[in-house]
Design a protein around this ligand. Structure first.
Ligand SMILES: Cc1ncc(COP(=O)(O)O)c(C=O)c1O
Length: 432
């Protein structure tokens, strides 16, 4: 099944028997036969392949092959504790983990003896760790986050009872430094932790790090009175490969960077990376005798397979392979953006250095679900990842236009206006 249009019409995930079927119930007294279980899993894998052909709205790379790692499924690999200290559970993969972390330090320009980090369960855990490190540095600090920040950031503030100030954004989705300045000046007596978006979830906007630092300085926040955590779940790994893109680097006054590695690199299991400065980690750490390690991570047990998946992908692709993939995603996103605009969707927008194309939310929910679109308010977006081909995009646009024109006819008949997101994204600007 390689035709995305056929795949798109052959039944949606909601029709998939394995999402509804009672045979998933675990009720057998004596256990089910291996043959039947294999049949069920094969069938589920088949339905996942169908869904993959029309998965457009989520920032996950579904194009990978880790067949070579299958032998590792016979082992429980666990990296509990500090990867730089190791632990007494010998079935660990901390050697792979440290190699992976070292690779990221070259990307984000920090010396090996100056950093600390670990492989997380994803972007949320990386954000939690980064923001907690900030809180330990500046215990009475206020967290500033733009209103386009991921929901995990506000959840972290609530969970850790950190006072959080929401900052307005520009139409591109980027943090509005005028509003940030006003908020900083209003709370000048307290230090500031900034959640900086290196690619917002919905619009792929990149907060201007240099301008944020300048704003902090203009408001009188000297270096030891602010902490910047960079939420770079998707773009943190892409930007270094894009010519002229803003530089994400520890040579600037940032405290931590978190990424989701299942997003750009692709992985069957969610995971991520967080890197911070080694000088900050002592405040988070406790020696833990029972595992002969130091406890400085969010969870106790940690996925030992994830670092190996990451190591394998980085080693196989190399820097050139990664650059090629970044270029392809951006090129295909430009293609979709142009195609929508040429078709009359003039409010379709794409930020510079981004692989996210934003457009009006389809008014047909079933269509949105079939293409796994993520919607917010009047907006929907497509995140052009490695598995998204030009053929898939062509098929998507054709179907989108058909549904839209049908809906317009109905709206005209009922004297209703149709959706347009020009106001949200700034008129019919081509890009920002
Ligand atoms: C900007 C941003 N931050 C954080 C997250 C959370 O990452 P995860 O789903 O890996 O926990 C996401 C998820 O899409 C995101 O877009």
């Amino acid at each position: 099944m390689n035709d995305p249009c056929l795949a798109a019409t052959e039944g949606s995930a909601t029709e998939n028997p394995y999402t509804q079927n009672m045979s998933l119930l675990i009720s057998e007294l004596s256990g089910d036969s291996e043959e039947h279980l294999v049949q069920m899993i094969t069938s589920f894998a088949h339905s996942l392949s169908h869904s993959k052909m029309r998965c457009l709205g989520y920032p996950v790379n579904l194009e990978f092959d880790y067949e070579a790692l299958a032998p590792l499924l016979h082992f429980h690999i666990n990296n509990a504790g500090d990867p730089f200290v190791g632990n007494s559970y010998t079935l660990n993969s901390v050697a792979f983990e440290v190699c992976v972390l070292d690779w990221f330090t070259r990307l984000w320009e920090i010396e090996k003896n100056q950093y600390w980090g670990y492989v997380t369960n994803g972007g949320t855990e990386g954000n939690l760790h980064g923001i907690l490190v900030g809180r330990e540095q500046l215990p009475d600090g206020i967290l500033y986050a733009s209103e386009e920040s991921h929901y995990s950031v506000f959840k972290i503030a609530r969970t850790c009872r950190i006072q959080c100030v929401k900052v307005a954004t520009l139409r591109s989705g980027e943090i509005d430094c005028f509003d940030l300045k006003a908020s900083l000046l209003a709370h000048k007596d307290k230090p500031a932790t900034i959640n900086l978006n290196i690619g917002t979830t919905m619009m792929g906007a990149i907060d201007d790090l240099d301008l944020v630092v300048q704003t902090l300085e203009e408001c009188g926040f000297i270096r030891n009175r602010f902490y910047i955590h960079c939420d770079g779940v998707l773009f943190g790994l892409m930007l270094p490969f894009i010519k002229m893109a803003p530089r994400l680097s520890f040579t600037k006054p940032i405290g931590s960077i978190a990424i989701s590695r299942h997003k750009f690199i692709g992985c069957p299991i969610p995971c991520g990376v967080v890197i911070t400065r080694s000088g900050y980690i002592n405040a988070m750490s406790r020696d833990t005798e029972i595992i002969s390690s130091r406890d400085a991570t969010i969870t106790g047990s940690r996925n030992g397979h994830a670092p190996i998946f990451l190591w394998y992908a980085l080693k196989k692709k190399g820097l050139l392979g990664l650059k090629k993939e970044v270029d392809k995603c951006i090129k295909n996103a430009d293609y979709l953006h142009n195609k929508l605009r040429e078709a009359g969707i003039v409010s379709a927008m794409k930020n510079e250095f981004s692989n996210i194309v934003v457009f009006e939310k389809p008014q047909d929910d079933e269509f949105a679900r079939r293409w796994s679109l993520a919607c917010k308010g009047n907006m929907a977006h497509v995140v052009v990842m490695q598995h998204v081909t030009v053929e898939m995009l062509d098929c998507f646009v054709t179907e989108f236009l058909q549904k839209r024109s049908f809906k317009h006819q109905i709206n005209r008949h009922k004297n209703q206006t149709s959706l347009c997101i020009a106001d949200e994204v700034g008129g019919n600007l081509h890009s920002f």
